[in-house]
Design a protein around this ligand. Structure first.
Ligand code: 13P
Length: 264
């Protein structure tokens, strides 16, 4: 089990990636009041021992403090679901990356498709957020993924690789999460062959965009990951872990997915 809590993070987060353990991340989205969130975090932390992967959970902003109190000093990393590009200022309703770090977060998701679709977020904006996250010492989880229409039209790889090039900032040392939009919350997943092809294309895009550093960027798969399909998806080459939505709200399911992670 890799210690992911911020205080335990080595000064260079790349050293975590070199261990090549997979990362199983739970995106709790807009769910759970503080009490149930803390209870879920307690159950996840209790099941973390003996796993051969890193764990992270991403509660909603209002539950961060309650979950941080549970996870403090332990192996499960705390993250948030979005941040603003600026350090401070007149941005009503927004939260700066440095504020998330101050609240005990070690990571933040940026550019989730639900933010791109519901809030009109662009790849250029996501790139700024990822850079702000890195500047605040947070691991940025940059999400990319195509719609079903884009896949049906045969444009998925080209569009996702463009999202990568436009959303990932120079000098990036975070994580990319490939989440096909049509697989999120639907119970449908791409075939393992399709995941392998897309992750290979994303890897090539990262190498073009970042040079040799692109080889070290972890690429997660997300979209309807569950205990039944996790082992197959996590065995695909270049899948560095999973970003889990619905199943991460159930500690047993989330831990079962983590148990399916590959040994480092
Ligand atoms: P589901 O696992 O519910 O499909 O959600 C995936 C997701 O959007 C994680 O960020």
């Amino acid at each position: 089990m890799v210690l992911f809590f911020k205080k335990e993070l080595p000064s260079n987060p790349l050293s975590l990636r070199r261990k090549m353990q997979q990362l199983i991340a739970g995106n709790w989205k807009m769910n759970l009041l503080r009490g149930p969130a803390a209870a879920l975090a307690r159950d996840v932390a209790a099941g973390a021992a003996g796993l051969h992967c890193g764990l992270a959970v991403f509660p909603t902003f209002t539950a961060l403090a309650a979950v941080q109190a549970v996870l403090r000093g332990g192996p499960v990393m705390l993250g948030a679901q979005d941040c603003h590009v600026a350090v401070s200022g007149a941005f009503t309703g927004d939260v700066a990356a440095v504020m998330l770090a101050d609240a005990g977060c070690g990571a933040v998701i940026v550019g989730h498709s639900e933010r791109r679709q519901c809030h009109g977020e662009t790849s250029a904006g996501v790139q700024g957020k990822a850079a702000a996250a890195a500047a605040a010492g947070l691991l940025a989880v940059v999400c990319v993924g195509e719609t079903e229409a884009e896949r049906d039209a045969g444009h998925a790889e080209r569009l996702v690789c463009r999202q990568v090039a436009e959303s990932v900032p120079a000098g990036f040392s975070g994580v990319v999460a490939y989440e096909p939009i049509w697989a999120i919350g639907t119970g449908r997943t791409p075939t393992q062959q399709d995941v392998a092809a897309m992750h290979g294309a994303i890897r090539a895009a990262l190498l073009r965009h970042l040079g040799p550093d692109g080889a070290g960027v972890r690429i997660l798969y997300g979209g309807s990951v569950n205990p039944e399909n996790a082992a197959g998806l996590l065995a695909v080459p270049d899948v560095g872990g999973a970003l889990v939505g619905g199943a991460s709200l159930d500690a047993q399911k989330f831990l079962a997915i983590a148990a399916a992670a590959q040994r480092g």
